[in-house]
Write a protein that binds this ligand. Structure first.
Ligand SMILES: C[S@@+](CC[C@H](N)C(=O)[O-])C[C@H]1O[C@@H](n2cnc3c(N)ncnc32)[C@H](O)[C@@H]1O
Length: 282
């Protein structure tokens, strides 16, 4: 039985208010397919029943529904080129500029099940061993408690390690445990996980050198994107780097950022840092 329009609107509004995620009109099938497992978990026969419970106001159920409506697609070294840019341009440049303070802060701000921040951690260990004596922080956050739990555990399925992870890194940084792969403590301990809902107040952060805000703005409307990018400006070091997902851009959203082309990827820096008003190309 399909979801009543009033129930669909109720869920859309809830998800919009709690996470800023926009569910387009007509995507009732999406709500039904995402919420069916939640209804089953709670022993409810139909989604209508689930929405009835929601309307009665259980905060835990609200969180579960919001989490079920998030898209958690991710992979190790997703899209490759941003990590090439980090390796070849961004980190060497930052290491020169921060040579006196010897401190670097990375923030993966919608980290899902952890592949993104762990990719950064492995890249640092593998390509920049000299950073071992620096104060390097990799903060990883997400709205989803379930995803954060999985990320912090550092356990991945065969399918997940088959996606994007070089075989050499699998052999070096993971150990097989039954049907899964456990990331090494050395890498796991490099990442600090915390819950952050990007539309609520952000925690106090040290100024961030590299902000990975990838494949999450895409779910928000224009106004929310603008607000979040304004907060990125405050959080980033004046010469820091912002990475968005391939389908995302600051263009027509926040004119304070310049697009900076590094090989086959685009990242963003504040105009005050590029000094050009137009971005530079390699
Ligand atoms: C598609 S994943 C992107 C993961 C990773 N950044 C990547 O590019 O592979 C989007 C993530 O954004 C999170 N998310 C959605 N809305 C959010 C919000 N309001 N605040 C924080 N995280 C949110 C979801 O839980 C999900 O894990």
């Amino acid at each position: 039985m399909s979801l009543a329009p009033a129930d669909f609107d109720y869920v859309r509004t809830l998800v919009r208010d709690e996470a800023a995620i926009v569910v387009e009109p007509g995507k009732s099938y999406l709500v039904e397919s995402r919420l069916a497992p939640v209804a089953r978990r709670h022993g409810l026969q139909t989604i209508d029943r689930l929405v009835q419970q929601l309307r009665r106001g259980s905060p835990r159920l609200r969180d579960e529904v919001v989490e079920a409506m998030t898209t958690n697609e991710t992979s190790f070294f997703r899209d490759v080129h941003p990590f090439t840019s980090l390796e070849e341009r961004v980190i060497p440049e930052l290491m020169q500029r921060r040579a006196a303070r010897r401190q670097l802060v990375f923030w993966s701000a919608a980290c899902s099940s952890g592949q993104e921040p762990y990719s950064v951690a492995m890249l640092l260990r593998e390509k920049f061993p000299q950073l071992a004596s620096w104060n390097v922080r990799i903060v990883a956050s997400d709205i989803s408690a379930e995803m954060l739990g999985r990320a912090a555990a550092g356990r991945f399925s065969q399918l997940e390690v088959n996606r994007g992870l070089p075989a050499r890194y699998l052999a070096k940084y993971f150990q097989r445990e039954g049907a899964e792969w456990q990331i090494s403590d050395e890498i796991r301990r490099m990442v600090e996980f915390r819950a952050v809902n990007l539309i609520q107040p952000w925690p106090r952060m040290p100024p961030v050198d590299v902000l990975l805000l990838r494949n999450v703005l895409i779910y928000f409307d224009h106004g929310t994107k603008r607000e979040i990018l304004a907060r990125c400006r405050q959080t980033l070091q004046p010469d820091g780097f912002l990475f968005l997902g391939a389908p995302e851009t600051t263009l027509n959203v926040d004119p304070a950022f310049d697009r900076v082309q590094h090989g086959q990827t685009i990242c963003y820096q504040l105009k005050s840092a590029t000094g050009t008003g137009q971005g530079c190309t390699k």
